[in-house]
Ligand binder design. Structure first.
Ligand SMILES: Cc1cc2nc3c(=O)[nH]c(=O)nc-3n(C[C@H](O)[C@H](O)[C@H](O)COP(=O)(O)OP(=O)(O)OC[C@H]3O[C@@H](n4cnc5c(N)ncnc54)[C@H](O)[C@@H]3O)c2cc1C
Length: 407
């Protein structure tokens, strides 16, 4: 990672802005734009040189994003594959895995999902029961997963399964890459209260995984999963301002400018809250300006609290503090923005064509509580902050050798 002073930061911004001014073309297909972004290194500037990036620091990366937004260019895919799988592969994957999977991820060709949670293993993730048994060069997987976001549309998944039932809860787990389009994978969609069907229950019956598709060492799956969860909790790394939304909702052959226009109001339900920086604030404050231009003192007060929380979140990002702190702040901000929007008047609570923003805000509001659960609940983040950041005594274990969704 390079280090960068103020002058260098300005240079990064100018270079990036010049590149986007010269190359942004809304008439390109999404597919071709995403390829151009990936191959230029300006789509993933924080990834290593030679792996679709420019080895830039987090701060430099934020400048590139600022430059992109200033030109109005569409961002890279905002999907589990880009935000979680790629950085985990870079940390724990070998060359074969990187060569095989990084390019389709960087260019937005494949959507992935995360097969972690089970009906009896959510916060207590180490209690997972899905089994993987070795058969020569392959593994045979059996079990059931739940709350799998995007599972119905995914080409591949990352999967946690128990490879050594005799070992203790954490060391008997391994981390696999699973082909979702093979016999034995049954995906049933679950409808959430927004009316969307993004969640899934996934049952795995004698499903096969090639031994080469194990990420990290056998029995080291807990460590790999914790890397992925750290990225998931990193409120600043999840999603990219105004960028491409989950891949299954994007027509790759459509002109990128058209897809961008469709997503202007915050896009899909989850897209709105996964967006970083000021996008979700802008949507809410625009809504407030339309619905309650002369806000009463209570609404103004709530608006100030949300703005303070946004500043805290930005401060957290610039200081690179523990991801659980950012995750808690982000979840709180989502709830505050929801409450602000809803308090602005009944028009913010209408659905579909009657609504001021075609109902996106209502859906986002209903989805807001989910941000306090996904990737580990608020209570679990508080436990982690207490134990890992403040050094408080560990939570008493329910049984010997128990730990809950944390390293
Ligand atoms: C929007 C969204 C997307 C998701 N996407 C995925 C996905 O793609 N893949 C995937 O695998 N999972 C996914 N999940 C599932 C998510 O990871 C789990 O819901 C979460 O880890 C909580 O597990 P649980 O639902 O089993 O709740 P439980 O673990 O049963 O928790 C119930 C309640 O008990 C509290 N609690 C539990 N343990 C403790 C403790 N030790 N101390 C204090 N309080 C505690 C919790 O905070 C919670 O309030 C998603 C969830 C949401 C909401």
């Amino acid at each position: 990672m390079s280090t960068c002073g103020l002058r260098c930061i300005k240079l990064v911004y100018e270079q990036a802005r010049n590149w986007f001014l010269a190359n942004w073309d809304p008439s390109l297909s999404v597919k071709n734009w995403w390829r151009l972004l990936a191959e230029s290194g300006w789509g993933y500037p924080h990834w290593p040189v030679g792996q679709f990036g420019k080895s830039m620091s987090r701060q430099e990366h934020m400048e590139v994003e600022r430059a992109r937004v200033s030109v109005g260019a569409f961002g890279v895919p905002n999907d589990v594959s880009v935000t979680l799988v790629a950085p985990t592969l870079m940390e724990h994957g070998n060359e074969i895995l990187l060569n095989r999977y990084l390019e389709p991820i960087a260019t937005g060709q494949e959507m992935w999902c995360q097969l972690f949670s089970e009906p009896d293993a959510g916060s207590d993730l180490a209690g997972l029961k899905t089994s993987a048994e070795r058969d020569g060069d392959r593994w045979i997987i059996n079990g059931s997963k739940v709350w799998t976001t995007g599972g119905h549309a995914s080409r591949r998944a990352v999967l946690m399964a128990r490879t050594d039932p005799g070992a203790d809860r954490h060391s008997g787990i391994s981390f696999f890459i699973l082909d979702m389009k093979q016999p034995g994978v049954t995906v049933s969609t679950l409808r959430d209260m927004t009316g969307d069907e993004e969640f899934n229950q996934v049952s795995l019956t004698d499903v096969e995984v090639d031994h080469q598709d194990v990420i990290g060492e056998l029995g080291e799956g807990w460590r790999v999963a914790m890397t992925m969860l750290q990225h998931e909790r990193d409120a600043d790394a999840v999603g990219h301002d105004g960028g491409g939304d989950v891949i299954n909702q994007v027509d790759l052959t459509a002109p990128v400018g058209e897809v961008q226009d469709e997503q202007k109001q915050g896009g899909t339900t989850s897209g709105f809250f996964y967006a970083t920086g000021s996008v979700k604030d802008d949507v809410t404050f625009n809504l407030l300006n339309q619905l309650a231009p002369n806000r009463d003192p209570v609404l103004r007060d709530a608006e100030t609290v949300a703005k303070v929380n946004r500043n805290l979140l930005d401060l957290n990002a610039s200081r690179d503090l523990h991801p659980s702190i950012g995750k808690l702040l982000n979840a709180a901000l989502c709830r505050e923005l929801r409450d602000l929007g809803f308090a602005a008047g009944p028009a913010s609570q209408l659905a579909h064509g009657d609504a001021i923003d075609e109902g996106h805000f209502l859906k986002s509001g209903l989805f807001a509580s989910g941000m306090s659960i996904a990737g580990g609940t608020d209570e679990i983040q508080r436990n982690i902050i207490g134990e890992r950041v403040l050094g408080l005594p560990r939570e008493p274990a329910v049984e010997a050798n128990t730990s809950r969704r944390e390293p």
